[in-house]
Design a protein around this ligand. Structure first.
Ligand SMILES: [Zn+2]
Length: 63
C-alpha cells in the first residue's frame, strides 16, 4: 500500500494517525488499540469492522 495514501487516512473513532502493519495488512490505531482491515487494497475504515488489539500487540511497537 502507498505510504502517502495511508498518511491521508485518519482513525474514524479518534481521528488520530494510523500505522500500517504490513504483516497483518491492517491499519493500527494506537489510541483506541484497534486494527482496521485492508481488503483488496482498500482500507475498511469502519469501527464495526475493526478488531481490538491483543495485549501483546498493544505492547509491541509497530514500525
Ligand atoms: Zn483511533
Amino acid at each position: 500500500m502507498d505510504k502517502r495514501q495511508i498518511a491521508l487516512l485518519a482513525c474514524p473513532v479518534c481521528h488520530g494517525k494510523l500505522v500500517y502493519d504490513p504483516e497483518s495488512m491492517e491499519l493500527i490505531c494506537r489510541n483506541d488499540a484497534m486494527a482496521f482491515p485492508i481488503r483488496e487494497g482498500i482500507p475498511v475504515m469502519l469501527s464495526e469492522e475493526a478488531r481490538t488489539l491483543t495485549t501483546d500487540e498493544r505492547l509491541t511497537p509497530v514500525r
